[in-house]
Design a protein. Structure first.
Length: 486
């Protein structure tokens, strides 16, 4: 049973406010709860609590104890797996089979990996000769950056929130989290887990609300926040960067994408289809790393399009509990309208519709949900808006290519630079292509295969900074040099 009232979590307490907004479930668009919107006062209270925790028990805690607490968090999320699963699926409508495999396990794993990193990371050391014939030693010492504001999107709510909160806490920071207004449940539920395992109050805080003139803006402009980490749209990231300029505060930005998959004729065909199906349609296409542009070497083009079409048409839309569901709804009616407007635009821009293009016929109350059909186009010019702009829905355009140079030029001709998937059996070509693609993440013969020790982030307008493994330490700690004359 998921909660009807979703409160803020401030200083270890669940806090209501005088202002509520509706929590809807995307399968039917029905209101299933209400969310207490944090105003300036609640955001201020959360930031103060976070500062106090930093100055108190949490700041003074040994690394070994912090690591123990993070490991206890992992165990408790795992204990309450089904509650997290229900909460995430109520908010997003995604199939439980997907969330049970990706969202919730990664929600726990994000604490484990960074507990391991901080336990094991070495520091640099240099010895130098001094002019008086003696010497000095230098070592790097990391301390927490302070109170971190964590602004989250709705597509993988727990996974993407803990991807920031895990390293932030592991490094000894405190956080104020602003979940997406669409998906507040798992962030608030995590508050219960924090209390249960004994994370000191004030270390983890959650404020609910929207962006401009609401909790998001109040948090990012609060002078008590030392650093801002954000996942979401590039335009929002720009606003957050502007807010962070006041006080010259550091930002880590993980933003939009318009990712290309490149399929060579020598690929393992079945693997390429399986991977491209997931990269185009998993999570109803709402994955920043997802593929919306597929380039296929000409000899394979017709066969590839036919197989992708068959795969897309076999995806059964269904509710989270439906074990046969291959695809859930989009997140909201607003997002459904946006995606459908691109479906229309594609035809105006001259696309050939291979499959989809509309709303599936759903029974009963599901008719009011945020469903769209998985959609494939061919035939668009590279200048089309549908080729250039992020749709963030279950759709892709497939185009043929004849040479590496041609496909590289096309794939790189975009303002975004997040991820790519290259499908080939030719190892030299795989390396060549991966090196020349203007992206932060290049997969070869795979997609969304994640080793959490590796650098994660986007180039161009897809992001600023890298997180993951030791790279997260660059953002969540201040590295100080200590120089000792001997
Ligand atoms: P969004 O930018 O609309 O919202 C993200 C968060 O920012 C929400 O919590 C929202 O309330 C808040 N927000 C909005 N305006 C704000 C403001 N002015 N000040 C402070 N906070 C503000 O993004 P979304 O629609 O939730 O998520 C989808 C987008 O996220 C897509 O573009 C997708 O590519 C991107 N994304 C990127 C990554 C990545 O790792 N690069 C991961 C997931 C999603
Ligand atoms: O796997 C991750 O760590 C990560 N940040 C995934 C982002 C997915 C975007 O929708």
């Amino acid at each position: 049973m998921v909660a009807k009232d979703i409160l803020n979590f401030i200083d270890g307490e669940f806090v209501a406010t005088g202002k509520w907004f509706a929590n809807r479930t995307p399968t039917t668009n029905a209101v299933i709860g209400r969310v207490a919107e944090a105003g300036k006062a609640e955001v201020d209270a959360a930031v103060r609590a976070a500062r106090a925790a930093l100055a108190g028990h949490w700041g003074a805690m040994t690394l070994a104890r912090r690591v123990e607490l993070l490991e206890a968090l992992v165990a408790e999320i795992t204990n309450r797996f089904d509650e997290f699963l229900d909460a995430e699926c109520a908010d997003t409508g995604k199939p439980k089979s997907l969330a049970a495999h990706i969202d919730i396990p990664r929600g726990a794993a994000n604490f484990k990996i960074f507990a391991d990193v901080v336990k094991n990371v070495p520091s640099e050391f240099f010895e130098m000769a001094t002019p008086d014939g003696r010497s000095a030693i230098n070592y790097g010492y990391r301390r927490p950056v302070g109170v971190v504001g964590v602004i989250c999107p709705w597509n993988l709510p727990l996974l993407l929130m803990t991807w920031k909160v895990g390293p932030a806490l592991a490094c000894g920071n405190t956080v104020v989290v602003k979940p997406s207004e669409e998906t507040p449940r798992t962030a608030v539920l995590l508050g219960e887990v924090m209390n249960k395992v004994g994370i000191p109050k004030g270390v983890y805080n959650v404020v609910n609300g929207f962006g401009p003139n609401s909790a998001g803006e109040f948090l990012t402009t609060h002078p008590g926040v030392d650093a801002l980490t954000f996942t979401g749209e590039t335009r929002t990231g720009e606003s957050i960067m502007k807010a962070a300029a006041t006080g010259a505060r550091p930002v880590s930005l993980e933003m939009g994408g318009k990712n290309a998959a490149i399929v060579f004729a020598d690929c393992d065909f079945d693997a390429a289809i399986e991977g491209t199906m997931r990269s185009c349609f998993a999570n109803c296409g709402q994955v920043c790393l997802g593929t919306e542009r597929v380039y296929v070497e000409r000899p394979l083009f017709d066969r590839f399009v036919a197989a992708l079409k068959a795969g897309a048409e076999a995806l059964k839309p269904g509710v989270p509990d439906d074990a046969a569901a291959g695809i859930g709804p989009l997140i909201s009616k607003e997002h459904q309208s946006k995606v459908l407007s691109y479906y229309k635009l594609a035809l105006v821009e001259g696309a050939t519709l291979v499959t989809g293009g509309g709303v599936p016929d759903m029974p009963g109350e599901l008719k009011d949900g945020c469903w769209v059909q998985p959609t494939i186009w061919t035939g668009l010019p590279e200048t089309a808006r549908v080729i250039k702009e992020e749709v963030f829905g279950p759709c892709c355009h497939v185009a043929p290519f004849d040479s590496e140079d041609e496909v590289l030029a096309k794939a790189n001709d975009n303002l975004y630079g997040l991820a790519t998937s290259i499908w080939t059996r030719d190892l030299s070509r795989a390396h060549r292509m991966a090196q020349k693609m203007e992206v932060g993440l290049a997969w070869v013969n795979s997609w969304f295969l994640r080793d959490l020790r590796t650098p994660f982030g986007g180039s161009k307008q897809s992001g600023i900074g890298r997180e993951g493994g030791v790279h997260s330490l660059e953002f969540y700690t201040e590295l100080k040099n200590v120089c000792i004359k001997l």
